[in-house]
Design a protein around this ligand. Structure first.
Ligand code: FAD
Length: 481
């Protein structure tokens, strides 16, 4: 245990951010590092609980958080870095973007502020890269088995790295131009600098993982061909079918899915040529973002950086309580009001608002029409009703639909593989991560539905362990090369 009295002596100190006025004029990351003495003080707050809920319940990866805290407190950074990598392939990503359910589950959260777990994770791994401690861990022996990983988001990448380290020959197929999935194209640069992904991909390539981009499995390559060439397949396709808004005027111009908008800005930042595409630009516009979640918040930060005149964000659910919510007691993830750094940069937020439609001038959207709604419980189910007299219209020039994702995209690969789906429309798998097709496994959002990076990494690791077990229990197949 770091320091038995630490939790009584020290208060939580928050991560510093670049001033909002400065950061909105660029897309660089907004958080700043903490000095070592502050980190060690923060680590001292960990109580090394007999039952560490942070590790067992909060973190899907089972990160050994009390051990990390102890090592940081004692300045044993290299061991802390090894401890972190024992459970997490990409702590530099989760250290930046994870909402940190571990902190919500920290015992100190019951009546105090939790340990600063996420920032400690980030500082450990960044020190690891800086000191050259993060090196390729290539397998000493090869198995001669080949595995195709389809999709290069965090689930696919974690699965690929684990499988390569187990000695299998791994090829990651990605339909986009670059590797990374939502990390590359969804999450804005101001939260996750893309050089962070590239640095890890170098390690993976040195460990023997091969990447083939701009290959759409199911369109460019048939499932049959893939299965002939590989002993096992891991599908990590993400859950990319966006929820749409079936209201009058939806077809007007300047109404876009959030993911299309965010992807474009990330591609601009990466220097990609978009001259043949219609730009989605918030500059000088009044922007309405429909959906009050994290994707909506990323749209806020991006629209502010593009120079939007005004940014409005509408959420259909009621405003959550500011502090403790009795419906989500510790150690659950609390459903409370969250104000992101993007919200702080300038945004008008409303809750309990239903968008009823749009009207336009010519083909372009000009007005959003909405009303307020009330929520009540009938027979245990939530029911929404429009509140008479609350109807409103507002001028808008750009609308971004950030209402989440329904499920994995069915068209193409899923249909051509003939895979069974579960009740939510995602890929059905058994306890060994195997789909309805033997030798075809699945992981990440494509199985769970849209979720979090930390869960995708954990799912990729689980699938890799299952694939490895499955391959080792089989005779080599007579496949063609
Ligand atoms: C805007 C946005 C912001 C987010 N911010 C956060 C955050 O801050 N913190 C957090 O924890 N989570 C965040 N998330 C959620 C997180 O990004 C996802 O849960 C996670 O990326 C899922 O990982 P995955 O590997 O399952 O899928 P994805 O990351 O979606 O990757 C799937 C990959 O499969 C590829 N693919 C699909 N079909 C094919 C095919 N047929 N052939 C070849 N390739 C294919 C896709 O192109 C994609 O690259 C965010 C999501 C969005 C949309």
């Amino acid at each position: 245990m770091a320091k038995p009295t630490g939790f009584m002596e020290y208060r939580r100190e928050e991560v510093p951010y670049r001033p909002a006025a400065e950061r909105v004029s660029d897309y660089f990351e907004i958080s700043l590092p903490l000095p070592e003495e502050v980190l060690r003080r923060q680590a001292a707050r960990c109580m090394d609980c007999g039952i560490p809920f942070c590790h067992g319940m909060g973190c899907s990866l089972g990160n050994r958080i009390p051990e990390s805290s102890d090592l940081v407190y004692h300045g044993r950074w290299r061991e802390a870095c090894e401890n972190l990598h024992a459970t997490n392939n990409f702590p530099e990503v989760t250290g930046r973007v994870c909402p940190a359910p571990c902190e919500a589950a920290c015992t100190l959260s019951i009546n105090d502020e939790p340990v600063l777990i996420r920032q400690m994770e980030l500082e450990i791994v960044e020190r690891g890269f800086g000191e050259g401690w993060v090196q390729p861990c290539a397998a000493e022996e090869k198995t001669g088995r080949r595995v195709a990983v389809v999709g290069s988001g965090p689930a696919g990448l974690a699965a690929a790295q684990q499988l390569a380290r187990a000695g299998h020959e791994v090829v990651v197929f990605e339909k986009d131009a670059r590797v990374g999935g939502m990390l590359r194209y969804g999450i804005p640069d101001f939260k996750l600098d893309k050089a962070v992904i590239d640095r890890r991909l170098e390690q993976m390539a040195a460990e023997g993982v091969a990447f083939q981009t701009e290959v759409n499995i199911g369109e460019d390559v048939s499932p049959k061909y893939l299965r002939q060439r590989f002993d096992a397949v891991c599908l990590a396709l993400g859950a990319r079918q966006p929820r749409d808004l079936a209201v009058p005027g939806r077809g007007l111009e300047n109404i876009h899915f959030a993911m299309d908008y965010l992807t474009q800005q990330n591609r601009v930042n990466a220097g990609e040529d978009l001259s043949r595409e219609q730009p989605i630009d918030a500059a000088g516009k009044t922007v309405a973002i429909i959906g009050g979640g994290d994707t909506g918040s990323d749209c806020v930060g991006t629209a502010v950086r593009q120079g939007a005149r005004e940014v409005h964000q509408f959420e259909i659910l009621p405003r959550p309580p500011e502090r403790a919510n009795p419906q989500t007691p510790w150690p659950l993830w609390p459903n409370i009001l969250r104000t992101s750094t993007s919200h702080e940069e300038g945004c008008l937020r409303r809750w309990g608002v239903l968008t009823r439609g749009f009207t336009g001038v010519g083909v372009r959207v000009r007005e959003l029409h909405g009303c307020e709604v009330a929520w009540s419980q009938v027979d245990g189910n939530w029911r929404m009703s429009e509140l008479p007299g609350t109807e409103f219209s507002m001028e808008v020039e750009l609308v971004l639909l950030a209402m989440g994702f329904a499920h994995v995209v069915h068209r193409g690969l899923i249909e051509r593989f003939g895979l069974e789906l579960d009740a939510t429309g995602n890929i059905a798998v058994d306890a060994d991560c195997q789909t309805s097709q033997p030798g075809v496994f699945a992981a990440g959002d494509a199985v769970s539905g849209a979720s979090l990076v930390v869960r995708a990494i954990a799912a990729g690791r689980d699938a890799a362990a299952c694939i490895d077990r499955w391959l080792r229990g089989r005779q080599p197949a007579g496949r063609s090369r």
